[in-house]
Design a protein around this ligand. Structure first.
Ligand SMILES: [Zn+2]
Length: 144
């Protein structure tokens, strides 16, 4: 018993000393987050590869894919730098919603804004994008 009681104090001490050691809870949380992030990158990279052939014919190079935790958006596109950034939280959404976000961001390589032409193009690539968007918004996964 004594040993069990002692452990958290020792961890707390060493954390204060080094600023690095984690409690068992934090260590576990970090492991799960790392795994979830890796799963997210693998899943979304694959979704990007699946969507890319539709865009290749418009002379778009396969972009650099980045990942971040974002508060209010699922993804973003920097057309001039050829970068797509996706929110790690997207992995919690259904696959058909992930495909919608990926297609939406790729379409920004053709139209960097949300103009009428952008939505016309998006509808061409993905005719049912509105349904997918609705499901994504209803899921309220984003913590705003
Ligand atoms: Zn957009």
């Amino acid at each position: 018993m004594g040993g069990i009681n002692k452990q958290p104090n020792q961890l707390l001490q060493s954390r204060e000393q080094s600023g690095k050691a984690l409690t068992p809870y934090d260590a576990r949380k970090r492991t799960i987050e790392k795994w979830l992030h890796r799963f997210c990158r693998e899943t979304i990279n694959k979704a990007c590869e699946n969507v890319y052939p539709k865009f290749k014919k418009y002379n778009i190079d396969f972009p650099e894919i980045r990942y971040r935790n974002m508060i209010s958006r699922w993804g973003s596109c920097q057309p001039k730098r050829n970068i797509l950034t996706f929110n790690y939280q997207l992995i919690e959404a259904p696959m058909f919603c992930i495909e919608y976000v990926v297609t939406h961001e790729f379409t920004h390589f053709l139209y960097p804004n949300h103009s009428k032409l952008f939505y016309q193009q998006l509808s061409m690539f993905m005719p049912d994008w509105k349904d997918r968007k609705e499901v994504l918004e209803r899921s309220s996964l984003l913590k705003e």
